[in-house]
Design a protein around this ligand. Sequence first.
Ligand SMILES: NC(=O)c1ccc[n+]([C@@H]2O[C@H](COP(=O)([O-])OP(=O)(O)OC[C@H]3O[C@@H](n4cnc5c(N)ncnc54)[C@H](O)[C@@H]3O)[C@@H](O)[C@H]2O)c1
Length: 253
Amino acid sequence: MERITVELGERSYPIYIAADFSGLGNAFRKAGIGGKVLVVTDSNVGRLYLETCMAELASAGALVCSHVIEAGEKSKNLDTVKDIYRQLAAQRFDRNSTIAALGGGVTGDIAGFTAATYMRGISYVQIPTSLLAQADSSIGGKTGVDFEGVKNIIGAFYQPRFVYINISTLRTLPLRELRSGLAEVIKHGLIKDAGFYDYISLNMQKIFEFDESTLRHITRTNCSIKKSVVEQDEKESGPRAVLNLGHTIGHAV
Ligand SMILES: NC(=O)c1ccc[n+]([C@@H]2O[C@H](COP(=O)([O-])OP(=O)(O)OC[C@H]3O[C@@H](n4cnc5c(N)ncnc54)[C@H](O)[C@@H]3O)[C@@H](O)[C@H]2O)c1
């Protein structure tokens, strides 16, 4: 299992890159977080990976339960956050509890925002399963929801305790979502690393064939680019805005 560290002083955290979920329990133990864990996932990802992830976390001694949201951007709102708050309160989650976001960027943004605000902030971990989330959204601590038709207008900067990327989950990602995530990967090449851009162009076929060493290289490079920008400007007061290349027009479309 590879490990890259996002260096943010006392908010530093590791990104693990693996080809299965077998190291998840260990990552959890190493982070020194115990107690209750609520795995937040969506209806598609939950069907595929929830059981395995819950078993891994339980093997690390966590008391695990789950919350499944309906898949898609339409769930990214305060009503979904309220539903999760209700479960956290009903099951007496406290300041030592943790939320695990298992899914794409929608799940990660919602779960992270809930963690940032429940009891003024509890721990959360990111287990991204879409290419977009593995390349971009799970790293850097941007959390939030849409409100009254405006994307990401309610939110917080709140860093996870670790990010666990299992590249094999990309095999079940719908082709359209793989292509959509690839746009963020190409964007990283365009803004920071011309050599990486060339690598993507040359290895496009291998990406769509899920070649493990290609996916590992891509994930490693993405994480390094994203982490270096976040380390320079955690709260986007300047240089981090470069990562928004194409977002304004993308959101409008
Ligand atoms: N926080 C950040 O820094 C940041 C950065 C970029 C984008 N975002 C946000 O991310 C969101 C988009 O993320 P996304 O593209 O991952 O969307 P998503 O979370 O909706 O996932 C896309 C679809 O793929 C499915 N899916 C995910 N992983 C799967 C898997 N392994 N197998 C099968 N199906 C799977 C999901 O159920 C969903 O239907 C947007 O809301 C955007 O605003 C956040």
